[in-house]
Design a protein around this ligand. Structure first.
Ligand SMILES: NC(=O)c1ccc[n+]([C@@H]2O[C@H](COP(=O)([O-])OP(=O)(O)OC[C@H]3O[C@@H](n4cnc5c(N)ncnc54)[C@H](OP(=O)(O)O)[C@@H]3O)[C@@H](O)[C@H]2O)c1
Length: 320
């Protein structure tokens, strides 16, 4: 493909991330895809107290789903729970407190959840952060990596046995279009070397989420895995982490509901599971996880090495 066509393709993609892009895409949405009841099905949503996660919880609660909100701040989570119950009339909304950047806590939470609950139909890895300065947690892990990558890895891996026992199991991970300009790295995972750039680290973590999704789909063939890009939505994370972008774009951003639309579609619709597992979605469409120039593809052995590194790291925090 010529550079000209690539540029046009890229600019069209960027335009598609805005509210107008959502409105244009929505013209081809099939209304009955979301005309479903998920009563009796169980959904775990991380970061469900705010932005896209909260809008996702509302979208699913309206359709009767049982929601487990996994949030790091109890007060914010309880307040959001109140809003969700009020807006949807669904009282089966439960709060769990967990900071995903603390790997031991993620293991403990997952084990306790599996003991208490008999099924989990859908896991939605929505929580995410962009910490702009390099910060490490008590375990010495860089905070973006700990929350966006290792926390997602441990939570998903430990929920797989419960998902596998449940009907029509799905795992959805909210990634970002920012990952399109990142190639998977297996070195410097804690960003100790070189100059720290929080935006790039975040985008690398989002690439890592896409690779995890592709790899899990190959191994756990009875679970439907997907990653997605919500577009640019007006949420506290965007306002706080990217203030200049937010100021210049705030009139063009999607609402949290518009950002959550594809998450809800992947979580509840029949149409979503008719698509192959392990793929990347935007506005209810399977899209490439690479730009046309394709310099971001990684060899298979690098992707496997990455998964082995994660597994070793995850195990080192597993309580005995
Ligand atoms: N908005 C966009 O334009 C956009 C674009 C691309 C991708 N995304 C992705 O969309 C997802 C949702 O973000 P959002 O835009 O909706 O922002 P948001 O409203 O700020 O929501 C982020 C959520 O993640 C939670 N969280 C962050 N770190 C956590 C941790 N260590 N443990 C537990 N929870 C944690 C936050 O908790 P607190 O409320 O306690 O901080 C909050 O509930 C993220 O994965 C983000 O990367 C968003």
């Amino acid at each position: 493909m010529s550079l000209y066509r690539n540029t046009i393709w890229f600019l069209k993609g960027i335009h598609g991330y805005t509210r107008k892009g959502f409105e244009a895409a929505a013209k081809r949405f099939v209304e009955k895809d979301l005309d479903v009841s998920v009563a009796g099905r169980t959904f775990m949503i991380t970061g469900a107290n705010s932005g896209i996660g909260k809008a996702t919880a509302i979208g699913i609660a309206k359709r009767g789903g049982i929601i487990h909100m996994v949030c790091r701040n109890k007060d914010k989570a309880e307040e959001a729970r109140g809003d969700i119950v009020k807006e949807t009339g669904n009282k089966e909304i439960y709060v769990h407190v967990l900071d995903l950047s603390e790997p031991r806590k993620v293991w403990e939470f997952a084990e306790a959840f599996k003991k208490k609950y008999k099924s989990l139909n859908v896991l939605i890895n929505n929580a995410g952060c962009m910490v702009k300065q390099r910060e490490v947690n008590a375990d010495g892990l860089e905070k973006n990596f700990a929350s966006n990558t290792l926390g997602v890895y441990i939570l998903t891996k430990s929920m797989i046995p419960l998902l596998e026992k449940s009907t029509d199991p799905r795992v959805i991970t909210v990634s970002s279009g920012g990952m399109l300009v990142q190639k998977l790295r297996t070195g410097n995972l804690q960003s100790e070397m070189g100059q720290f750039d929080g935006t790039k680290v975040y985008a690398q973590n989002k690439r890592q989420q896409v690779v995890m999704t592709e790899q899990w789909a190959k191994i756990h063939t009875n679970i439907h895995f997907s990653a997605m890009h919500p577009g640019w939505a007006d949420t506290p994370a965007v306002a706080a982490a990217m203030p200049d972008f937010y100021q210049s774009m705030k009139d063009k951003l999607r609402s949290p509901e518009q950002g959550a639309d594809t998450v809800v579609w992947l979580a509840v619709s029949e149409a979503a599971v008719a698509k192959p597992s392990g793929r990347f979605f935007h506005d209810r469409r399977m899209v490439s996880a690479h730009l046309p120039l394709a310099w971001t593809h990684s060899p298979a052995d690098r992707e496997q090495k990455f998964m082995v590194l994660l597994e070793e790291m995850a195990k080192s925090f597993q309580p005995h």
